[in-house]
Design a protein around this ligand. Structure first.
Ligand code: ADP
Ligand code: ASP
Ligand code: MG
Length: 814
């Protein structure tokens, strides 16, 4: 025979109950079918009780809804003739429930005994309902009240099973049981006085295991809403897969540390009889599921899974008076045990001067009082400090039988956490070496699970989560380049680059699973208008591993956000030059933060768009070279303007044309004033290791102040026409000297300047075409002939590919 247990979601609707009936029908042998309450009924009953207790009459409304929920399942599942008696049963149960809730309401008192009585109705109703529905299609079905079979002590809400009594009652009952299918509610039981008790939340799994063991079942099948026990909670780790085979011990560790799919005490009764457990999905019965057994015929993986418990408090007892004194831990554990406070994890410093214990947050206040009371004398004498309590923590457990025979498991765990800036508060390794657990902040759980999962199970693929700010020309190009290369990056570089967020100055749109190729623009435009800060908040709250923020704006506010992002270990890639050309101290601070928080700060596109100029300088410097002189044409826009300005068109017309074609900054004065070029040479000099401020760069103005200080871009265009004559003269002077006009940035002997120059025919800059850039570096190693980098220095495509290269660099670093 077999024992099958169906969880709440399998009983949540008429449709899912139909799936259960199909599963039962497909079995040839006798079955015991154990069920949970329908859907969220137990949660709802707990809520109603709390409402009644707090004098909130809404419990009546909630109870009506609960009644209606069951009645509608009955109506959808049963023919009319069979409905009446079941509806009467549901109504009379709900009447009884109402009386109990009324009593709580009027007495303003709730004992654990009453609580158990109330929540037992969930399983009583679901099991009887299933029996009636199954009887319509299957022969020889009967309902049995679990309270008549499972005997416990009187620890209401978490009763302990009396196995001797329980096993013999079950055996006796089974001797005379003629039914092929026996349907029972899980979770509920009774004490010696025949009062209703329950086995703890999630306890239906346990009931099923108790039955399976008492009946010597061939197998225990737990049918739920996921396809097995996953390597990590699949709701939090999208990449997680079900584990095909796992040992009892491993499953026990994972469930003890929060893998809710199986209630921790479940395994013990079946383990003793070596009855295998199979976890299956009611909604996908063909899926293989997980087998929990003694035979390890699965892949001999070092790590089987990762689980976690949120809502943990860490209590630390510390003091020099603890060293060498016997019995401190004994007294500590005793006081907690006597008060039914469960310790989830313990660590003790080898110096013995501190003990750290992790417990559920609900018990932390009580535990704090009890411990301080227990050690009041030692505290009074300053031998021990009052217990310190930290809340909002979680325990993460990495589990695997084979851990002990493999080195480097903890190294992998801690470096995965460390490189994502996840701080570890305490670490414990079980004596059996099947488990390494650590305490981290609740907020970091999802990120931690994902990065540890990636380290062990997806080691060859690294996920980058990219957030883009600015979706104009360059931003949109970058998005399409990244999307187009997605498959290639996975195959060639083992990189899964996901664009998770996009923002313009008004809205942002985030999709954790990555933007869809075609819809992101519509999605973005449909978002409500936000203030700028909310995009950063959303990125921080999402707390994804390997997050990269890409600034494709020219906005100062966005540049000001880098420091905070880096502090959260979010890497920054910027084509915005403002941060790197701001105060030298700010620029240094950003580099320092990147290093401290193990994030990257990359800005190759600040100079020369996609050309590898900054990387070249960094490589020269790190290999010990020194830059002595820089000569450069660094403005693609100005080079374009002066290359076009040759054949009689007015200078002002050419400037307008350059803007229209997207080669200038949105405000062309940033280019024409030389400010943009000055920022670039400043950044290059800084990269060369020389501290310098923007003001130190001599700017030989090309335009008079009047037009540069015009009130608007339009005013600027009207004013600049008055300069057409001046530029005409300049151009003819240049031609007379066989030269061309080029806007040059230079640095030598500690001095830097930018300005328009006549470049003679034999100069390497003379033939610089279109919107190209060129940089010549003279260094200790390149003394005679400079190192020259030349190529397209402006344009959306090349700038986007420069940003792309920075993103990939982050992905391919370890
Ligand atoms: P049931 O009502 O069937 O007893 P539960 O909600 O108690 O179902 O357990 C199933 C849930 O357990 C899944 O939906 C999933 O969210 C959660 N879960 C947590 N950790 C894991 C894991 N490692 N593998 C599978 N499910 C897990
Ligand atoms: N219905 C109970 C609960 O929700 C028991 C169970 O589902 O296992 O806790
Ligand atoms: Mg469960």
């Amino acid at each position: 025979m077999k024992v099958l247990k169906f969880g709440g979601s399998s009983l949540a609707s008429a449709k899912s109950i139909k799936l259960i009936i199909n599963i039962i029908k497909s079995e040839q042998q006798n079955l015991w079918v154990v069920v949970s309450a329908s859907g969220k009924t137990t949660d709802n009953l707990v809520k109603l009780t709390q409402l009644a207790l707090t004098k909130d009459e809404n419990y009546k409304v909630g109870l009506k809804a609960l009644e209606q929920h069951h009645i509608s399942i009955c109506k959808e599942s049963l023919p009319i003739a069979a409905q009446t008696s079941v509806i009467a049963l549901i109504k009379s149960s709900c009447n009884e429930l109402e009386q109990l809730l009324d009593a709580v309401y009027w007495l303003e008192d709730l004992s654990p005994k009453t609580q158990d009585k109330i929540i037992s109705f969930g399983e009583l109703l679901s099991a009887q309902l299933l029996e009636k529905i199954a009887s319509q299609e299957i022969e020889s079905v009967q309902y049995k009240d679990s309270r008549e079979l499972i005997g416990t002590d009187s620890q209401f809400t978490n009763a302990k099973v009396n196995f001797d009594r329980t096993n013999s009652t079950i055996e006796n009952f089974q001797k005379n049981n003629k039914a092929k299918i026996t349907i029972l509610g899980g979770f509920i039981s009774s004490n010696e006085a025949d009062e209703t008790t329950t086995l703890g939340r999630g306890g239906s799994d346990y009931s099923a295991a108790i039955y399976a063991a008492a009946l010597n079942a061939e197998i225990l099948e737990i049918w739920t809403d996921v396809s097995g026990l996953y390597a990590a909670n699949p709701k939090l780790v999208k990449q997680a897969k079900p584990i095909a085979n796992i040992s009892y011990e491993e499953a026990m560790e994972l469930s003890h540390f929060g893998a809710k799919v199986i209630y921790p005490p479940t395994i013990k009764p079946v383990l003793e009889k070596e009855i295998p457990i199979k976890i299956k999905n009611t909604f996908d019965p063909k899926a293989e599921g997980t087998t929990i057994s003694n035979s390890s015929n699965g892949k001999r993986q070092t790590i089987k899974g990762i689980s976690h418990i949120e809502g943990i408090s860490l209590l630390t007892l510390e003091g020099l008076g603890m060293i060498g004194i016997h019995g401190i831990s004994k007294r500590l554990f005793e006081v907690l045990a006597n008060n039914h406070i469960n310790i989830v994890m313990i660590t003790q410093a080898s110096s013995e001067h501190s003990i750290c214990i992790a417990i559920a947050k609900e018990s932390s206040k009580k535990a704090e009082q009890l411990i301080n009371e227990t050690f009041k004398n030692e505290i009074f004498e300053h031998l021990i400090q009052p217990i310190s309590v930290e809340n909002d923590l979680a325990i993460l457990a990495v589990v695997g039988d084979q851990m002990k025979s493999h080195q480097g498991v903890s190294g992998t765990i801690f470096s995965a956490l460390g490189s994502n800036n996840i701080n570890i508060r305490a670490i414990a390794q079980g004596a059996s070496e099947k488990n390494i657990s650590c305490v981290i902040k609740n907020d970091n759980v999802k990120k931690a699970l994902n990065c540890i999962h990636a380290a062990f199970f997806e080691a060859h693929i690294k996920e980058l989560n990219v957030f883009i700010a600015g979706v104009g020309n360059v931003g949109s190009k970058l998005i399409s380049q990244l999307q187009q290369q997605q498959v290639y990056l996975k195959e060639a570089l083992n990189l899964n680059v996901k664009i998770v967020g996009v923002a313009n100055s008004k809205q942002y749109y985030i999709n954790e699973n990555g933007l869809s190729n075609s819809d992101w623009q519509t999605n973005l435009s449909e978002q409500k208008v936000n203030n700028e800060a909310s995009y950063y908040d959303a990125i921080a709250t999402l707390n994804k591993q390997n997050s990269v923020f890409v600034d494709v704006t020219a906005n100062e506010g966005v540049a000001n956000s880098y420091a905070d992002l880096l502090r959260k270990s979010i890497s920054v890639v910027a084509c915005n030059k403002i941060a790197c050309s701001s105060d030298y101290n700010d620029y240094k601070e950003l580099k320092y933060l990147a290093k401290k928080y193990k994030a990257s700060f990359l800005y190759e596109t600040n100079v020369g768009a996609g050309l590898p100029i900054i990387k070249t300088v960094q490589n020269l410097i790190s290999s010990g070279d020194q830059i002595t002189e820089i000569q450069a044409v660094l403005s693609g826009s100005l080079n374009f303007i002066f290359n076009e300005y040759t054949n009689g068109e007015l200078f002002s017309t050419i400037v307008k044309q350059a803007q229209d074609e997207g080669y200038t900054e949105p405000d062309p004065r940033i280019d024409l004033s030389g400010k943009d070029v000055a920022r670039k040479i400043l950044i290059l000099i800084r990269e060369a290791g020389i501290p310098i401020e923007f003001e130190a760069i001599k700017n030989n103005p090309m335009l008079p102040k009047g037009s540069l200080e015009a009130a608007s871009v339009d005013d600027f265009y009207s004013l600049i026409t008055t300069e057409d004559e001046y530029f005409k003269q300049l151009l003819s002077d240049a031609k007379n000297q066989d030269s061309k006009l080029k806007y040059v940035a230079s640095y030598k002997d500690g001095k830097a300047s930018v300005g328009l120059q006549f470049i003679p025919k034999d100069h390497p800059f003379y033939n610089l075409e279109g919107k190209d850039n060129i940089v010549s570096f003279y260094t200790n190693r390149y003394q005679e002939q400079p190192l020259i980098i030349k190529g397209a220095g402006a344009g959306a495509d090349v700038t986007a590919s420069g940003l792309f290269a920075d993103i990939i660099q982050i992905g391919t670093m370890n």
